[in-house]
Design a protein around this ligand. Structure first.
Ligand SMILES: Cc1cc2nc3c(=O)[nH]c(=O)nc-3n(C[C@H](O)[C@H](O)[C@H](O)COP(=O)(O)OP(=O)(O)OC[C@H]3O[C@@H](n4cnc5c(N)ncnc54)[C@H](O)[C@@H]3O)c2cc1C
Length: 447
Protein backbone atom coordinates (compact mmCIF):
# COMPACT_ATOMS: atom_id res chain seq x y z
CA UNK A 1 0.00 0.00 0.00
CA UNK A 2 1.46 3.42 -0.95
CA UNK A 3 2.18 5.82 1.91
CA UNK A 4 -0.36 8.38 0.67
CA UNK A 5 -3.25 5.92 0.58
CA UNK A 6 -5.88 6.72 3.23
CA UNK A 7 -6.15 3.57 5.31
CA UNK A 8 -8.61 2.63 8.08
CA UNK A 9 -8.16 -0.35 10.38
CA UNK A 10 -11.12 -1.97 12.14
CA UNK A 11 -10.42 -4.19 15.16
CA UNK A 12 -12.94 -7.06 15.20
CA UNK A 13 -15.13 -8.63 12.51
CA UNK A 14 -18.27 -8.79 14.65
CA UNK A 15 -21.39 -6.95 13.60
CA UNK A 16 -20.19 -3.51 14.70
CA UNK A 17 -16.85 -4.04 12.90
CA UNK A 18 -18.47 -5.26 9.66
CA UNK A 19 -20.99 -2.41 9.64
CA UNK A 20 -18.21 0.13 10.29
CA UNK A 21 -16.05 -1.38 7.52
CA UNK A 22 -18.94 -1.04 5.08
CA UNK A 23 -19.29 2.71 5.67
CA UNK A 24 -15.53 3.34 5.87
CA UNK A 25 -15.18 1.81 2.41
CA UNK A 26 -17.05 4.85 1.03
CA UNK A 27 -14.46 7.28 2.41
CA UNK A 28 -11.15 5.44 2.70
CA UNK A 29 -9.09 4.05 -0.14
CA UNK A 30 -8.23 0.95 1.92
CA UNK A 31 -9.95 -0.66 4.90
CA UNK A 32 -8.42 -3.57 6.82
CA UNK A 33 -10.58 -5.55 9.24
CA UNK A 34 -8.46 -7.48 11.74
CA UNK A 35 -10.07 -10.45 13.48
CA UNK A 36 -8.53 -12.59 16.20
CA UNK A 37 -10.55 -15.71 15.32
CA UNK A 38 -9.85 -17.83 12.30
CA UNK A 39 -13.16 -17.32 10.55
CA UNK A 40 -15.28 -20.20 9.22
CA UNK A 41 -15.91 -20.18 5.46
CA UNK A 42 -19.58 -21.06 6.02
CA UNK A 43 -22.08 -19.84 8.61
CA UNK A 44 -21.13 -21.23 12.00
CA UNK A 45 -20.33 -20.43 15.62
CA UNK A 46 -16.86 -19.25 16.67
CA UNK A 47 -14.94 -18.69 19.88
CA UNK A 48 -14.72 -14.88 19.71
CA UNK A 49 -18.51 -14.55 19.58
CA UNK A 50 -19.79 -16.98 22.23
CA UNK A 51 -23.14 -15.20 22.20
CA UNK A 52 -23.70 -16.65 18.72
CA UNK A 53 -25.16 -19.79 20.36
CA UNK A 54 -28.05 -17.74 21.73
CA UNK A 55 -31.19 -16.31 20.16
CA UNK A 56 -30.37 -13.05 18.35
CA UNK A 57 -33.39 -11.03 17.25
CA UNK A 58 -32.74 -8.14 14.88
CA UNK A 59 -35.12 -5.24 15.56
CA UNK A 60 -37.06 -3.71 12.65
CA UNK A 61 -34.98 -0.51 12.71
CA UNK A 62 -31.69 -2.45 12.63
CA UNK A 63 -32.94 -4.55 9.71
CA UNK A 64 -33.82 -1.37 7.81
CA UNK A 65 -30.45 0.27 8.41
CA UNK A 66 -28.52 -2.89 7.43
CA UNK A 67 -30.67 -3.25 4.30
CA UNK A 68 -29.76 0.34 3.37
CA UNK A 69 -26.03 -0.44 3.55
CA UNK A 70 -26.37 -3.92 2.04
CA UNK A 71 -29.20 -3.74 -0.52
CA UNK A 72 -30.76 -7.16 -1.07
CA UNK A 73 -29.67 -8.44 2.37
CA UNK A 74 -33.18 -9.52 3.33
CA UNK A 75 -33.58 -11.48 0.08
CA UNK A 76 -30.17 -13.08 0.54
CA UNK A 77 -31.06 -14.18 4.07
CA UNK A 78 -34.42 -15.43 2.85
CA UNK A 79 -32.65 -17.49 0.21
CA UNK A 80 -30.58 -18.98 3.00
CA UNK A 81 -33.81 -20.03 4.69
CA UNK A 82 -34.48 -17.15 7.12
CA UNK A 83 -38.26 -16.64 7.35
CA UNK A 84 -39.94 -13.23 7.11
CA UNK A 85 -43.14 -12.70 9.11
CA UNK A 86 -45.34 -9.98 10.53
CA UNK A 87 -44.43 -9.20 14.14
CA UNK A 88 -48.03 -8.70 15.29
CA UNK A 89 -49.33 -11.82 13.56
CA UNK A 90 -46.45 -14.22 14.15
CA UNK A 91 -45.42 -13.37 17.72
CA UNK A 92 -46.63 -15.14 20.83
CA UNK A 93 -45.87 -12.59 23.59
CA UNK A 94 -46.22 -14.26 26.98
CA UNK A 95 -46.50 -11.12 29.11
CA UNK A 96 -47.12 -10.91 32.87
CA UNK A 97 -50.66 -9.73 32.23
CA UNK A 98 -51.56 -12.17 29.47
CA UNK A 99 -50.96 -13.10 25.84
CA UNK A 100 -52.16 -10.52 23.28
CA UNK A 101 -54.30 -11.71 20.37
CA UNK A 102 -52.51 -11.85 17.00
CA UNK A 103 -52.69 -8.29 15.61
CA UNK A 104 -51.56 -7.52 12.03
CA UNK A 105 -49.07 -4.63 12.25
CA UNK A 106 -47.43 -4.42 8.84
CA UNK A 107 -44.10 -4.82 10.59
CA UNK A 108 -42.07 -7.43 8.69
CA UNK A 109 -39.48 -9.22 10.82
CA UNK A 110 -36.87 -11.69 9.67
CA UNK A 111 -35.42 -14.33 11.97
CA UNK A 112 -32.09 -16.13 11.58
CA UNK A 113 -29.13 -17.26 13.63
CA UNK A 114 -26.44 -14.75 14.55
CA UNK A 115 -23.79 -16.80 12.65
CA UNK A 116 -25.88 -16.65 9.45
CA UNK A 117 -26.29 -12.87 9.63
CA UNK A 118 -22.60 -12.44 10.33
CA UNK A 119 -21.65 -14.81 7.50
CA UNK A 120 -23.78 -12.96 4.94
CA UNK A 121 -22.54 -9.53 6.08
CA UNK A 122 -18.94 -10.75 6.02
CA UNK A 123 -19.37 -12.00 2.46
CA UNK A 124 -20.81 -8.65 1.41
CA UNK A 125 -18.11 -6.61 3.15
CA UNK A 126 -15.21 -8.65 1.81
CA UNK A 127 -16.65 -8.35 -1.72
CA UNK A 128 -15.95 -4.59 -1.51
CA UNK A 129 -12.83 -3.83 -3.49
CA UNK A 130 -11.18 -1.65 -0.85
CA UNK A 131 -11.76 -4.01 2.10
CA UNK A 132 -9.31 -6.67 3.26
CA UNK A 133 -10.15 -9.05 6.07
CA UNK A 134 -7.19 -10.48 7.98
CA UNK A 135 -8.31 -13.22 10.35
CA UNK A 136 -6.31 -15.26 12.83
CA UNK A 137 -4.57 -12.02 13.81
CA UNK A 138 -4.98 -10.36 17.23
CA UNK A 139 -4.50 -6.66 17.89
CA UNK A 140 -2.30 -6.33 20.97
CA UNK A 141 -2.02 -2.55 21.25
CA UNK A 142 -2.03 0.81 19.52
CA UNK A 143 0.79 2.21 17.41
CA UNK A 144 1.26 5.85 18.35
CA UNK A 145 3.22 8.99 17.55
CA UNK A 146 3.29 10.51 21.03
CA UNK A 147 0.37 10.53 23.46
CA UNK A 148 -1.93 12.55 21.18
CA UNK A 149 -1.89 10.51 18.00
CA UNK A 150 -2.75 6.93 17.07
CA UNK A 151 -1.02 5.84 13.86
CA UNK A 152 -2.08 2.20 13.62
CA UNK A 153 -2.12 -1.04 15.60
CA UNK A 154 0.28 -3.66 16.87
CA UNK A 155 -0.69 -7.21 15.91
CA UNK A 156 0.31 -10.74 16.71
CA UNK A 157 -0.26 -14.12 15.09
CA UNK A 158 1.47 -17.51 15.09
CA UNK A 159 4.39 -16.03 13.13
CA UNK A 160 5.11 -13.22 15.60
CA UNK A 161 4.43 -9.52 16.08
CA UNK A 162 4.05 -6.72 13.57
CA UNK A 163 2.62 -3.23 13.13
CA UNK A 164 -0.03 -1.98 10.72
CA UNK A 165 -0.05 1.73 9.90
CA UNK A 166 -3.43 3.46 9.62
CA UNK A 167 -4.92 6.95 9.43
CA UNK A 168 -7.91 5.84 11.48
CA UNK A 169 -8.25 2.94 13.95
CA UNK A 170 -11.78 1.79 14.85
CA UNK A 171 -12.02 -0.39 17.93
CA UNK A 172 -14.98 -2.74 17.43
CA UNK A 173 -13.58 -5.59 19.51
CA UNK A 174 -16.67 -6.05 21.65
CA UNK A 175 -17.02 -6.77 25.34
CA UNK A 176 -13.42 -7.93 25.66
CA UNK A 177 -11.96 -4.66 24.29
CA UNK A 178 -8.65 -3.62 25.90
CA UNK A 179 -9.04 0.04 25.02
CA UNK A 180 -9.04 1.37 28.62
CA UNK A 181 -5.62 -0.27 29.18
CA UNK A 182 -4.31 0.94 25.80
CA UNK A 183 -5.41 4.51 26.56
CA UNK A 184 -3.71 4.33 29.97
CA UNK A 185 -0.39 3.80 28.16
CA UNK A 186 -1.07 7.17 26.46
CA UNK A 187 -1.42 8.79 29.88
CA UNK A 188 -5.22 9.03 29.79
CA UNK A 189 -7.20 8.47 33.00
CA UNK A 190 -9.59 5.50 33.27
CA UNK A 191 -12.93 6.38 31.72
CA UNK A 192 -15.89 6.12 34.10
CA UNK A 193 -17.71 2.80 33.70
CA UNK A 194 -21.37 2.44 34.70
CA UNK A 195 -22.95 -0.97 35.17
CA UNK A 196 -26.46 -2.15 35.89
CA UNK A 197 -26.67 -5.87 36.48
CA UNK A 198 -29.91 -7.84 36.57
CA UNK A 199 -27.79 -11.00 36.87
CA UNK A 200 -29.45 -12.53 33.86
CA UNK A 201 -28.31 -15.94 32.62
CA UNK A 202 -29.05 -17.58 29.26
CA UNK A 203 -29.29 -21.26 28.30
CA UNK A 204 -29.99 -22.10 24.66
CA UNK A 205 -30.30 -24.92 22.19
CA UNK A 206 -31.77 -25.64 18.78
CA UNK A 207 -34.51 -28.05 17.70
CA UNK A 208 -35.38 -29.55 14.33
CA UNK A 209 -38.58 -28.10 13.06
CA UNK A 210 -39.64 -30.32 10.17
CA UNK A 211 -41.21 -28.68 7.12
CA UNK A 212 -45.00 -28.77 7.17
CA UNK A 213 -45.17 -29.07 10.96
CA UNK A 214 -48.08 -26.95 12.20
CA UNK A 215 -47.16 -26.60 15.87
CA UNK A 216 -46.13 -24.11 17.07
CA UNK A 217 -48.44 -21.75 15.25
CA UNK A 218 -46.16 -18.81 16.09
CA UNK A 219 -42.90 -17.76 14.42
CA UNK A 220 -41.44 -16.16 17.52
CA UNK A 221 -42.07 -16.35 21.24
CA UNK A 222 -41.12 -13.69 23.74
CA UNK A 223 -41.50 -14.17 27.48
CA UNK A 224 -39.72 -11.34 29.29
CA UNK A 225 -38.46 -11.24 32.86
CA UNK A 226 -39.77 -8.66 35.30
CA UNK A 227 -38.71 -7.71 38.80
CA UNK A 228 -39.64 -8.70 41.39
CA UNK A 229 -41.94 -11.65 40.48
CA UNK A 230 -41.03 -12.95 37.02
CA UNK A 231 -37.57 -14.50 37.43
CA UNK A 232 -37.80 -16.91 34.53
CA UNK A 233 -38.66 -16.52 30.86
CA UNK A 234 -37.84 -17.60 27.34
CA UNK A 235 -37.30 -16.60 23.73
CA UNK A 236 -37.83 -18.78 20.69
CA UNK A 237 -37.61 -18.04 16.98
CA UNK A 238 -37.93 -20.05 13.83
CA UNK A 239 -34.72 -19.63 11.84
CA UNK A 240 -32.94 -21.07 8.79
CA UNK A 241 -32.65 -24.84 8.21
CA UNK A 242 -36.13 -25.51 9.66
CA UNK A 243 -34.77 -24.88 13.11
CA UNK A 244 -36.42 -23.56 16.25
CA UNK A 245 -33.84 -21.66 18.32
CA UNK A 246 -34.77 -21.55 22.00
CA UNK A 247 -33.24 -19.48 24.80
CA UNK A 248 -34.34 -19.89 28.40
CA UNK A 249 -33.35 -17.07 30.68
CA UNK A 250 -33.50 -16.16 34.32
CA UNK A 251 -32.76 -13.04 36.38
CA UNK A 252 -31.53 -12.28 39.87
CA UNK A 253 -29.09 -15.19 39.83
CA UNK A 254 -31.71 -17.85 38.88
CA UNK A 255 -30.06 -21.22 38.26
CA UNK A 256 -30.14 -21.98 34.51
CA UNK A 257 -30.40 -25.51 33.06
CA UNK A 258 -27.26 -27.37 31.99
CA UNK A 259 -28.44 -30.55 30.30
CA UNK A 260 -31.26 -32.21 28.35
CA UNK A 261 -33.58 -33.01 31.21
CA UNK A 262 -33.36 -29.82 33.21
CA UNK A 263 -33.71 -27.74 30.00
CA UNK A 264 -37.12 -29.30 29.44
CA UNK A 265 -38.04 -29.11 33.13
CA UNK A 266 -37.20 -25.38 33.19
CA UNK A 267 -39.23 -24.78 30.03
CA UNK A 268 -42.18 -26.71 31.46
CA UNK A 269 -42.07 -24.64 34.65
CA UNK A 270 -42.88 -21.54 32.57
CA UNK A 271 -46.43 -20.41 31.83
CA UNK A 272 -47.26 -20.31 28.11
CA UNK A 273 -46.58 -22.79 25.33
CA UNK A 274 -42.76 -23.14 25.31
CA UNK A 275 -42.57 -26.34 27.44
CA UNK A 276 -45.12 -28.29 25.41
CA UNK A 277 -43.65 -27.04 22.15
CA UNK A 278 -40.11 -28.27 22.73
CA UNK A 279 -41.28 -31.50 24.35
CA UNK A 280 -42.47 -32.61 20.90
CA UNK A 281 -39.33 -31.56 18.96
CA UNK A 282 -35.92 -33.17 18.50
CA UNK A 283 -32.93 -31.25 19.89
CA UNK A 284 -30.13 -30.64 17.38
CA UNK A 285 -27.56 -29.03 19.68
CA UNK A 286 -26.20 -29.28 23.19
CA UNK A 287 -27.34 -26.77 25.84
CA UNK A 288 -25.08 -23.67 25.86
CA UNK A 289 -25.02 -21.21 28.74
CA UNK A 290 -23.96 -17.58 28.96
CA UNK A 291 -23.99 -15.14 31.86
CA UNK A 292 -22.06 -11.97 30.87
CA UNK A 293 -25.21 -9.94 30.38
CA UNK A 294 -24.47 -6.85 32.47
CA UNK A 295 -25.41 -3.45 31.01
CA UNK A 296 -22.13 -1.56 30.84
CA UNK A 297 -21.23 1.80 29.37
CA UNK A 298 -17.79 3.33 29.28
CA UNK A 299 -17.78 7.14 29.23
CA UNK A 300 -15.02 7.63 26.64
CA UNK A 301 -16.83 10.81 25.61
CA UNK A 302 -16.07 12.39 28.97
CA UNK A 303 -12.29 11.91 28.89
CA UNK A 304 -10.41 15.22 29.10
CA UNK A 305 -8.63 14.57 25.80
CA UNK A 306 -8.76 12.01 23.03
CA UNK A 307 -6.01 10.92 20.62
CA UNK A 308 -6.29 11.74 16.94
CA UNK A 309 -6.83 8.76 14.64
CA UNK A 310 -8.99 6.63 16.95
CA UNK A 311 -12.66 5.88 17.57
CA UNK A 312 -14.47 3.10 19.40
CA UNK A 313 -17.96 1.68 18.87
CA UNK A 314 -20.24 -1.31 19.40
CA UNK A 315 -20.14 -3.42 22.54
CA UNK A 316 -16.66 -2.06 23.25
CA UNK A 317 -18.37 1.18 24.38
CA UNK A 318 -21.84 0.17 25.50
CA UNK A 319 -23.34 -3.26 26.03
CA UNK A 320 -26.93 -3.97 26.96
CA UNK A 321 -28.63 -6.82 28.72
CA UNK A 322 -29.36 -8.85 25.56
CA UNK A 323 -32.91 -9.59 26.72
CA UNK A 324 -33.97 -6.35 25.02
CA UNK A 325 -32.46 -7.34 21.66
CA UNK A 326 -30.77 -3.98 21.01
CA UNK A 327 -27.04 -4.63 20.45
CA UNK A 328 -27.03 -5.34 16.70
CA UNK A 329 -29.43 -2.49 15.97
CA UNK A 330 -27.32 -0.05 17.99
CA UNK A 331 -24.24 -1.28 16.05
CA UNK A 332 -26.09 -0.42 12.82
CA UNK A 333 -27.03 3.03 14.16
CA UNK A 334 -23.42 3.67 15.16
CA UNK A 335 -22.27 2.77 11.65
CA UNK A 336 -24.82 5.26 10.37
CA UNK A 337 -23.38 7.90 12.69
CA UNK A 338 -19.91 7.12 11.33
CA UNK A 339 -21.19 7.44 7.78
CA UNK A 340 -22.83 10.80 8.59
CA UNK A 341 -19.64 12.00 10.28
CA UNK A 342 -17.47 11.05 7.29
CA UNK A 343 -19.90 12.17 4.60
CA UNK A 344 -18.92 15.27 2.70
CA UNK A 345 -15.56 15.77 4.38
CA UNK A 346 -12.30 15.73 2.50
CA UNK A 347 -10.58 12.36 2.78
CA UNK A 348 -7.51 14.12 4.19
CA UNK A 349 -9.36 15.92 7.03
CA UNK A 350 -8.89 13.95 10.25
CA UNK A 351 -12.07 12.87 12.00
CA UNK A 352 -12.55 14.50 15.42
CA UNK A 353 -12.72 11.37 17.61
CA UNK A 354 -13.81 13.19 20.74
CA UNK A 355 -16.82 14.75 18.99
CA UNK A 356 -17.62 11.34 17.46
CA UNK A 357 -17.63 9.69 20.91
CA UNK A 358 -19.90 12.45 22.26
CA UNK A 359 -22.37 11.90 19.43
CA UNK A 360 -22.17 8.14 19.90
CA UNK A 361 -23.12 8.54 23.58
CA UNK A 362 -26.31 10.27 22.38
CA UNK A 363 -27.05 7.39 19.94
CA UNK A 364 -26.90 4.83 22.76
CA UNK A 365 -28.76 6.91 25.37
CA UNK A 366 -32.36 5.80 24.78
CA UNK A 367 -31.42 2.09 24.41
CA UNK A 368 -29.48 2.38 27.65
CA UNK A 369 -32.60 3.67 29.44
CA UNK A 370 -34.86 1.03 27.84
CA UNK A 371 -32.60 -1.69 29.25
CA UNK A 372 -31.54 -0.24 32.57
CA UNK A 373 -34.81 1.19 33.89
CA UNK A 374 -36.35 -2.30 34.23
CA UNK A 375 -33.01 -3.91 35.17
CA UNK A 376 -32.46 -1.49 38.06
CA UNK A 377 -35.60 -2.98 39.60
CA UNK A 378 -33.56 -6.16 40.32
CA UNK A 379 -31.00 -4.16 42.27
CA UNK A 380 -31.33 -3.42 45.99
CA UNK A 381 -31.79 0.33 45.64
CA UNK A 382 -32.54 2.65 42.74
CA UNK A 383 -33.29 6.32 42.24
CA UNK A 384 -36.88 7.60 42.34
CA UNK A 385 -36.87 8.47 38.59
CA UNK A 386 -35.99 4.84 37.78
CA UNK A 387 -38.84 3.62 40.00
CA UNK A 388 -41.30 5.96 38.28
CA UNK A 389 -40.01 5.00 34.81
CA UNK A 390 -40.33 1.32 35.63
CA UNK A 391 -43.84 1.78 37.01
CA UNK A 392 -44.87 3.40 33.72
CA UNK A 393 -43.19 0.74 31.55
CA UNK A 394 -44.87 -2.05 33.53
CA UNK A 395 -48.23 -0.34 33.19
CA UNK A 396 -47.65 -0.03 29.43
CA UNK A 397 -46.73 -3.72 29.11
CA UNK A 398 -49.74 -4.72 31.23
CA UNK A 399 -52.04 -2.79 28.91
CA UNK A 400 -50.64 -4.51 25.77
CA UNK A 401 -52.64 -7.78 25.97
CA UNK A 402 -55.91 -5.86 26.30
CA UNK A 403 -55.46 -3.03 23.82
CA UNK A 404 -54.34 -3.64 20.20
CA UNK A 405 -53.49 0.07 19.71
CA UNK A 406 -51.17 0.06 22.71
CA UNK A 407 -49.71 -3.25 21.51
CA UNK A 408 -48.90 -1.69 18.12
CA UNK A 409 -47.38 1.43 19.72
CA UNK A 410 -45.36 -0.67 22.15
CA UNK A 411 -44.06 -2.81 19.28
CA UNK A 412 -42.84 0.30 17.44
CA UNK A 413 -40.98 1.39 20.57
CA UNK A 414 -39.52 -2.08 21.12
CA UNK A 415 -38.32 -2.23 17.50
CA UNK A 416 -37.03 1.36 17.71
CA UNK A 417 -39.04 2.37 14.63
CA UNK A 418 -40.73 4.98 16.83
CA UNK A 419 -38.83 7.05 19.37
CA UNK A 420 -39.46 7.61 23.09
CA UNK A 421 -41.43 10.78 22.26
CA UNK A 422 -44.29 8.49 21.14
CA UNK A 423 -44.89 7.97 24.84
CA UNK A 424 -45.83 11.63 25.17
CA UNK A 425 -48.90 11.16 22.93
CA UNK A 426 -51.85 12.12 25.21
CA UNK A 427 -54.10 9.39 23.69
CA UNK A 428 -51.51 6.72 24.53
CA UNK A 429 -50.85 8.21 27.96
CA UNK A 430 -54.51 8.16 28.89
CA UNK A 431 -54.93 4.53 27.71
CA UNK A 432 -51.91 3.48 29.74
CA UNK A 433 -52.70 5.52 32.84
CA UNK A 434 -56.31 4.28 32.93
CA UNK A 435 -54.66 0.88 32.88
CA UNK A 436 -55.60 -2.51 31.49
CA UNK A 437 -59.26 -3.14 30.98
CA UNK A 438 -60.57 -6.17 32.82
CA UNK A 439 -61.43 -9.34 30.93
CA UNK A 440 -59.55 -10.69 27.92
CA UNK A 441 -56.48 -12.73 28.72
CA UNK A 442 -55.62 -14.41 32.00
CA UNK A 443 -52.70 -12.97 34.02
CA UNK A 444 -49.66 -15.22 34.06
CA UNK A 445 -48.54 -16.81 37.32
CA UNK A 446 -45.22 -15.48 38.68
CA UNK A 447 -42.14 -17.62 37.99
C1 LIG B 1 -26.22 -13.84 25.05
C2 LIG B 1 -26.37 -12.67 24.12
C3 LIG B 1 -27.51 -12.55 23.33
C4 LIG B 1 -27.67 -11.45 22.50
N1 LIG B 1 -28.83 -11.31 21.81
C5 LIG B 1 -29.00 -10.23 21.02
C6 LIG B 1 -30.22 -10.04 20.30
O1 LIG B 1 -31.18 -10.80 20.43
N2 LIG B 1 -30.30 -8.96 19.47
C7 LIG B 1 -29.28 -8.05 19.35
O2 LIG B 1 -29.41 -7.09 18.58
N3 LIG B 1 -28.13 -8.20 20.02
C8 LIG B 1 -27.96 -9.25 20.85
N4 LIG B 1 -26.79 -9.38 21.54
C9 LIG B 1 -25.74 -8.34 21.40
C10 LIG B 1 -24.91 -8.54 20.15
O3 LIG B 1 -24.30 -9.81 20.14
C11 LIG B 1 -23.83 -7.43 20.05
O4 LIG B 1 -24.28 -6.24 20.56
C12 LIG B 1 -23.45 -7.19 18.61
O5 LIG B 1 -22.95 -8.37 18.08
C13 LIG B 1 -22.38 -6.09 18.42
O6 LIG B 1 -21.23 -6.50 19.00
P1 LIG B 1 -19.78 -6.08 18.53
O7 LIG B 1 -19.60 -6.25 17.07
O8 LIG B 1 -19.46 -4.78 19.15
O9 LIG B 1 -18.94 -7.21 19.28
P2 LIG B 1 -18.83 -8.75 18.92
O10 LIG B 1 -19.96 -9.18 18.08
O11 LIG B 1 -18.63 -9.43 20.22
O12 LIG B 1 -17.54 -8.81 18.03
C14 LIG B 1 -16.26 -8.46 18.51
C15 LIG B 1 -15.23 -9.11 17.59
O13 LIG B 1 -13.93 -8.63 17.91
C16 LIG B 1 -13.01 -9.72 17.89
N5 LIG B 1 -11.87 -9.34 18.75
C17 LIG B 1 -11.89 -9.15 20.09
N6 LIG B 1 -10.67 -8.74 20.50
C18 LIG B 1 -9.87 -8.68 19.40
C19 LIG B 1 -8.52 -8.33 19.20
N7 LIG B 1 -7.75 -7.95 20.22
N8 LIG B 1 -8.02 -8.37 17.93
C20 LIG B 1 -8.80 -8.75 16.89
N9 LIG B 1 -10.10 -9.10 17.03
C21 LIG B 1 -10.64 -9.06 18.28
C22 LIG B 1 -13.84 -10.88 18.43
O14 LIG B 1 -13.26 -12.12 18.09
C23 LIG B 1 -15.17 -10.62 17.72
O15 LIG B 1 -15.20 -11.19 16.45
C24 LIG B 1 -26.64 -10.47 22.41
C25 LIG B 1 -25.49 -10.59 23.18
C26 LIG B 1 -25.37 -11.65 24.06
C27 LIG B 1 -24.16 -11.72 24.94
Amino acid sequence: MGTDVRHAVVIGAGLAGLAAARVLADSFEAVTVIERDTLPSASGPRAGVPQGHHVHGLLALGAKVFEGYFPGLRAELEQAGAPVWDWGEGLCAVLPNGIPQPTPMGMPIQTFSRPLLEHVLRRRVTALESVTLRDGLAVTGLRTAGPGKVTGVRVKDGDGEDEIVADLVVDASGRSSHLPQWLATLGLPSPRTTTVDAQVGYASRTYAYPEGQTSPSWMGLLQPLRAPDFHKGSYAIQIENNTLHVTLHGAGGTQLPRGDDDFLTYAKSLPGPIGDTIASLTPTSAVRRYARTVNRKIAYHRLPRWPEGLIVLGDAVCTFNPAYGQGMTVAALEARLLEQTLRGRSARTPLDGQVFQQRLARVTASSWLMATIPDRAWEKSRPAWAKAGNWFMNRLVDTVPHDPKVYTTFSGLFHMTSGPLTLADPRLLSRVLVGPRTGGSTPMPAT
